[in-house]
Design a protein around this ligand. Sequence first.
Ligand SMILES: Cc1cc2nc3c(=O)[nH]c(=O)nc-3n(C[C@H](O)[C@H](O)[C@H](O)COP(=O)(O)OP(=O)(O)OC[C@H]3O[C@@H](n4cnc5c(N)ncnc54)[C@H](O)[C@@H]3O)c2cc1C
Length: 471
Amino acid sequence: MEETYDVIIVGGGTAGLAALREVRKRTPRFAIVNDGPWGTVCARVGCMPSKLLIEAANAFHRRHAFEAFGIRGAAGLALDQVAALQRLRRLRDDFVASTLQTTQALGDRAISGRARLLGTDRLAVGKRTLRARAIILATGSRPIMPASWHPLRHLLLTTDTLFEQESLPARMAVIGMGPIGAEMAQALSRFGVVIAAFGRAANVAGLSDPETDRVARLLLAREFPLHLGAKADLEAAGDGVRVHSATASVMVDRVLVALGRRPNVDDIGLEALDVELDEDGLPPVDPHTMQIADLPVFLAGDANRERPLLHEAADGGHIAGINATRPVPVRFKRRTPLAIVFTEPGIAVVGSSLRMLSGRKILSGEVRFEKQGRARAAQRNTGIMRLYAEPDTGRLLGAELCAPAGEHMAHLLALAIDRALTVRDLLRLPFYHPVLEEGLRTAVRDLAAQLPPCGESDLAACDAFDAEALD
Ligand SMILES: Cc1cc2nc3c(=O)[nH]c(=O)nc-3n(C[C@H](O)[C@H](O)[C@H](O)COP(=O)(O)OP(=O)(O)OC[C@H]3O[C@@H](n4cnc5c(N)ncnc54)[C@H](O)[C@@H]3O)c2cc1C
C-alpha cells in the first residue's frame, strides 16, 4: 500500500531538520526518513565532538606558556585522556539529546530506514512505498575511505569512530590536511599523541593565499611533522601501520583517515529522476532554490557538496523546506562565504578567497601578529591576516587568515564584506585599545595606503600612536 504525503524529507541531519521546521509550518502531511542514528552528524561525530577535543587539547597545551607568565609547575601537569574523552562524550550526548527532541515528538511521521527514490514523487523505505508531491533529499556525507585500505580498517579511524575511543594510541598518522585533518592533527598532538601528518596537496586547511598558507604550515609544523605534496599509502607492520609517501615513511599505531567527505548520493536512486548526473554522480542543483533541475525534488546540505558547512546545511534545508511547499520556488540570496578551521591560531577564509579572485585586479593588505601589542601580552603573537579589496572603490572583497582570535576576526570581516564596506568605512569604526582587532585595523591601513589619499583629514585617517607594538 502506498502512503501519501505533501512533503517527504530524506535525512534527519541539520539540513533535514531545518527543512522540517519550515515544512511543518505549512502542512501537517509530511514525513522525515532517516537511515542510521538520529541526532545529526554535527552533534554526534562532527562539529561538536571535534570542538570538545580541541578545547581539552588547547587547555592542556596552554601549559607551555606558563613559565613565561611566572607560573611554575607546568611540567608536573598531566592530561587524563580517559577522563577528557569521557567529558567529550558526556557533553556530546547532551548535544545529541537536544537535537533528538524534535524528531522523537513526531511519532510515526519520523521513519527510521534507508530511503531510495523510485521516481520524482515516490520512494521506497524497506517494504514501504511513500508518495509525495515534493521530496527533499538531505542525506549528508560520509568520510572517504579508499577501498584498497579496507584490509587495514581495524587500524584506521575516521571522525565517525575517533570520538568513541576510550583512550588514544601513543602514535598516530593523520592523512589529509584539509580543514578537518588540520584541526584533528593539532588537537591530537596537543592531547599528547605523537602525530605525523600527511597531505597530498601542498597547502593546508583549504587556504589558497600562498603567504597565509605558508605561515599556517610553518606554525603547524612547529608542533608535528607535516609531509605535504605527496600521496600517502599504508601497509600493515607488526601491530601497527607503516605510512609512507614520496617524502616520508613513519610507523604508527593507528591512522586517522581525513581525506574529505563524499556526498551520500550514490545509493539513493538519483537515476530514477532522469536528469544528467556529473562525474561525481551529482544532479544539477540551483543553490538559490535547492531544486534539482525543474523537478519537485530538492537536494540540500552536505549531500549537494556545494558548501559542506553547518550553517550552510541549515540554510539549504530552510530554502528547500519553503520551496517544497510552493508551486514556484523562491530564489534566496546566499550568505557571504565564511569558513573557519579551529586550529590555533585560527584559520579562516571569508568572502572571496584569493583563488576566487584570480584574474581580477585587487589590492592586498596584510598584518603579521608577531609585534601586535595585545597578542604579545597574551603570548599569542603569531599569524597573519591578508585582506583583498577592489582598487577602484576600496570595497573589501575577501580575506584569508591564520591569526589569534581568527574565528572572531572572521565574523567581523564577514559583516564588513556582506555590507559592502570600504577600507575607509572600516577605518571609521571604533577600535578599542588594546585588542587583537587592532591587528585587523593595521591590515586595513595597509590597504588604505595603496588607495588614493582623500583630501580632508577625518577620523579614518587618525592614527592614535603610530607605534606598531601598541596596535
Ligand atoms: C569532524 C567534523 C567536524 C566538523 N566541524 C564543523 C564546524 O566546526 N563547523 C561547520 O560549519 N561544519 C563542520 N562540519 C560539517 C558539518 O558537520 C556538516 O556540514 C553538517 O553536519 C551537514 O549536515 P547535513 O544535514 O547535510 O548532513 P547529516 O547531518 O550528515 O545528515 C544526513 C542524514 O541523512 C541520513 N541518510 C543518508 N542516506 C540516507 C538514505 N538513503 N535514507 C535515509 N536517510 C539517509 C544519514 O544517515 C544522516 O543521518 C564538521 C564535520 C565533521 C565530520
